[in-house]
Design a protein around this ligand. Structure first.
Ligand code: CTP
Ligand SMILES: C[C@](O)(CO)[C@H](O)COP(=O)(O)O
Length: 249
């Protein structure tokens, strides 16, 4: 599918979903608040969005009644000239419902939307630029992917049923980029969703909309488990500065 043309919708927005609880990380606070190299995961993610310069509008989806994250957003938003307009909304019980909340906050001028996990805190700004450029050329849906290093098995119980051809598999990251109207329609047509919906591209696939891939980046890994946080701390310590700051360009 070529990118649908929506007259008047020329703007680019990024939705950063940060409303998850971080059960697998196990810190007892929302994962977006967890510190990594002295900054919250949310601040790393937001600074990468700002550094990428792809968006004029950013929506950050936060947990309800959080008393820390709104201040983090306000600090980044106050950074001065070149900072996009950043607003916050409250998320839902699932990632999909949190994205839906972000979509409802978009102005009608937005034609392209990138959806990003705050948990992918070290994503280089270039990944945002790559995804946004691909959406703007010819695609209604674009996702960043990496080759799979492990052999993947399908199982039933404790039995292997199949070994898919690894060459045809990709690990999927965010930001995922979409024609804004197509994604809004996809969310509207997905009743409740549920935990089986793990990314936004799945909603587009369900409607038969082709999803294109571009190169992801190993640094865009998701901080999900305690080991991921150790790795993220080590990456930052080695870089000596937040990813995407002038010192790491
Ligand atoms: N109800 C939810 C669930 C997830 N997310 C966001 O979606 C991204 C990817 O989710 P994940 O890494 O699974 O985060 P959590 O749901 O917080 O993790 P866990 O499943 O371990 O609780 C995160 O940035 C998370 O904040 C969200 O905004 N709203
Ligand atoms: C959107 C995602 O990050 C792509 O890899 C992933 O599917 C989120 O899954 P999670 O189970 O909510 O972490």
């Amino acid at each position: 599918m070529n990118k649908p043309q929506q007259p008047g919708r020329t703007g680019v927005a990024v939705i950063v979903v940060a409303a998850g609880s971080g059960q697998r990380l196990g810190h007892g606070i929302p994962k977006a608040r967890v510190l990594c190299g002295g900054l919250t995961l949310l601040e790393h993610s937001l600074r990468a969005v700002v550094a990428s310069k792809v968006a004029e509008h950013v929506v950050v989806v936060l947990p309800a009644h959080d008393d820390v994250l709104p201040d983090v957003v306000a600090r980044v938003a106050a950074d001065g000239p070149g900072t996009p307009r950043i607003l916050t909304v409250t998320g839902g019980a699932t990632r999909t419902s949190s994205v839906s909340a972000g979509l409802r906050a978009l102005p009608d001028s937005i034609g392209t939307v990138l959806v990003h996990d705050a948990a992918r805190a070290l994503t280089p700004p270039g990944v945002f630029a790559r995804v946004a450029a691909a959406v703007s050329t010819d695609a209604g849906a674009v996702i960043p992917v990496l080759p799979v290093a492990d052999t993947i098995k399908m199982i039933e119980g404790d039995l292997v049923t199949r070994t898919p051809d690894r060459a045809a598999l990709r690990a999927v990251q965010t930001p995922q980029g979409f024609d804004a109207v197509a994604l809004i329609d996809a969310h509207a047509s997905t009743a409740a969703g549920g935990p089986a919906i793990t990314d936004d591209a799945m909603l587009m696939e369900a409607l038969g909309i082709p999803v294109h891939v571009v190169d992801g980046d190993p640094l865009a890994f998701k901080v999900t488990t305690p080991l991921d946080l150790v790795i993220a701390e080590a990456v930052l310590a080695r870089a000596g500065a937040p990813i995407g700051s002038p010192a790491t360009d």
